[in-house]
Design a protein around this ligand. Structure first.
Ligand code: ADP
Length: 583
């Protein structure tokens, strides 16, 4: 029997879940409608100060359409076009190019000597040094959403708010929590002998189902060898997922973290549903290893003989999420409730991630120093349970933005062909992300119109007001001519009131960035700490000023004993511990 998660033989890994770091870039020189040649001319023109032959060629006759009109407007002193460096876009290049054409923005596929307004990175923030503009990645995000780090961050919140964070399966971090895992499972089985759980083991930093396997008993964890070098998360397996056409499926939703401070979150109205290719059965020792039944990864299922490519968004092994919602709605399900639960899950997950993200941000882009601002599209993988409760599986920092899929022409021979379902969803997400971060819009204060929209929306109740609420695709509301209304809907600060009480660790992190002087912040001295305690009225008969001084020394000593490399990521942990247990 084939172990679950093992890639079937001769699998050239297809990518949907996440772009692993180091994915080969699409060749930047791939021409599309002459775009490449045009951009080369534009860049040569720029290097020559606008007076060289390339510039003349770029302006030469014969070109018609939006590009030309945009350039004429630019020369005539009207609004310059937004500039985007796509040289590091990697596999999101195709979707980005289409988006830029729709927006009539100016692409620099080989980078630019002058600063660009926006830098589009395929993998991480640290692709190069940028001192201005905006980058589509946050420093530290890749680290924060790794399976182990995400589980830790959510666990912290589960300890504080168990009911609010019950959308994440019970998880243990291996190898360090293996004894705890064994003990807890034993205790739970003792208290409920009818409980017959299944667990899923997922290697840290893995993607596309790589190395994942199911077990029935803690003793089945493969502890030997690899686990020491590669930690993993073991998680309670959700045995009763919602099925459509008797198949298990998961949802890939695109979420835009537009800003960390202040927190701004948008959710795409539509996402993708990725289907298994074998009818689902609850896990038994006999079927535990059947990946096509239990794992919804596109990268695995594409290799099943049952995988159905379809150009129709309502059928096939990859469909739009809206098509699933329509089916559910027809069955009489409360689709609005599903959406509001999903929004809530997304906001709470991001609230769990923000404390450490702020430390990374502060450390990479210290306040007051020249640097870019960041935004990021995240891929949330969500499983709907039979009772329609959404459960978080994982968050991807680099969700695949490919708009083509592999097709097997003959055994072992694959060809990339356009995928209309991917294109419909992903191009809209990239284009509308760009519209939301448009630097000229900010300058023109056109954002005003959006703000007023938010103010009116703030009165709405989360329940029934999801981005897909009523699955509204009305394009008439767009304020930009020729473009549909935004597919990304703001959920934070729109629903902030309902979630602000959860931002406790966030506040602790802010306090400790100040306390410990993470780059660019002034470190709080012992006198400042005394003043702070006094101002917060924290001292009393049992917590004297002498104890305050000891606490100060304790925190700084712990900080100094943490290795330089670990300081930034450890800050929040130390600070949370120190603040909650002053003794
Ligand atoms: P990867 O990053 O390798 O894709 P995931 O965490 O997304 O790892 O898990 C892969 C697949 O395994 C998911 O798409 C889902 O189908 C299944 N899965 C993961 N966790 C669970 C779980 N707790 N319960 C049920 N199925 C799960």
């Amino acid at each position: 029997m084939e172990p679950a998660g093992a890639t079937p033989p001769s699998c050239a890994p297809a990518r949907e879940a996440e772009e692993p770091p180091g994915c080969p870039a699409l060749p930047a020189e791939r021409p599309r409608d002459g775009q490449h040649a045009r951009n080369e001319r534009e860049q040569a023109a720029e290097r020559s100060g606008g007076h060289g032959p390339a510039e003349r060629a770029a302006r030469g006759g014969g070109r018609r359409g939006p590009e030309e009109r945009g350039e004429r407007a630019e020369r005539a002193g009207r609004r310059p076009r937004v500039t985007v460096d796509s040289s590091k876009a990697k596999t999101s290049l195709e979707a980005l190019k289409i988006s830029l054409r729709q927006l009539r923005w100016r692409e620099f596929p080989f980078g630019r000597r002058l600063p660009c307004d926006i830098y589009w990175h395929g993998v991480s923030f640290h692709d190069n040094y940028i001192f201005s503009g905006q980058v589509n990645k946050f420093p530290g995000m890749t680290e924060m959403v790794r399976k182990v780090t995400l589980s830790r961050a959510v666990r912290t919140m589960q300890d504080l708010f168990p009911v609010e964070y019950n959308f994440y399966p019970r998880s243990w971090i291996l190898p360090e929590e293996f004894p705890l895992f064994v003990d807890e499972v034993r205790m739970m089985k003792e208290s409920d002998p009818s409980w017959k759980p299944t667990f899923i083991v997922k290697p840290d930093g893995g993607c596309q189902g790589d190395g994942i396997y199911l077990i029935k008993d803690p003793s089945d964890v493969r502890l030997a060898g690899s686990l020491q070098s590669r930690p993993a998360v073991v998680q309670e397996y959700i045995c009763k997922p919602l099925l459509v056409d008797k198949l298990k499926f998961d949802i890939r939703l695109y979420v835009l973290l537009k800003s960390l401070e202040p927190l701004e979150i948008y959710i795409a109205k539509d996402g993708l549903s990725r289907f298994c290719t074998e009818p689902y059965q609850e896990p038994t020792l006999k079927n535990l290893h059947q990946v096509f039944m239990h794992l919804t990864n596109y990268s695995l299922n594409i290799h099943s003989g049952n995988f159905i490519h379809s150009d129709n968004v309502n059928t096939g092994s990859k469909r739009t999420f809206s098509s699933i919602l329509c089916r559910l709605s027809d069955r009489g399900a409360d689709v609005k409730k599903v959406w509001s639960d999903i929004i809530s899950l997304v906001i709470k997950t991001i609230i769990a991630l923000t404390p450490e993200l702020k430390v990374y941000y502060q450390s990479d882009i210290p306040a007051g120093k020249p640097g870019p601002t960041c935004f990021q599209i995240l891929g949330f993988d969500i499983l709907l349970m039979k009772n329609l409760k959404p459960m978080l599986l994982e968050v991807n920092a680099n969700p695949s933005m490919r708009i083509e899929h592999e097709q097997e022409l003959s055994p072992g021979v694959f060809e990339n062909v356009p995928s209309p379902v991917d294109e419909e969803v992903k191009v809209a997400v990239i284009r509308d992300t760009l519209r939301l971060v448009d630097p000229q819009k900010k300058k023109r204060k056109d954002i005003q119109s959006q703000t007023s929209e938010h103010v009116s929306e703030t009165k709405e109740d989360l329940l029934g007001a999801g981005p897909g609420g009523g699955v509204d695709y009305d394009t008439s509301k767009s304020t930009e001519p020729g473009l549909p209304s935004l597919c990304l809907k703001q959920v934070f600060p729109k629903y902030a009131k309902q979630f602000n009480y959860l931002r406790l660790v966030d506040r602790v992190a802010a306090l400790f960035i100040r306390f410990l002087g993470v780059k660019g912040t002034t470190k709080l001295g012992p006198t400042g700490f005394r003043t702070f305690i006094r101002n917060c009225k924290l001292s009393n008969s049992s917590f004297s000023m002498a104890s305050v001084d000891i606490l100060y020394i304790d925190i700084t000593r712990r900080w100094n004993s943490v290795g330089i490399d670990h300081r930034e990521s450890e800050t929040v942990k130390i600070s949370a511990q120190s603040m909650t247990s002053p003794s």
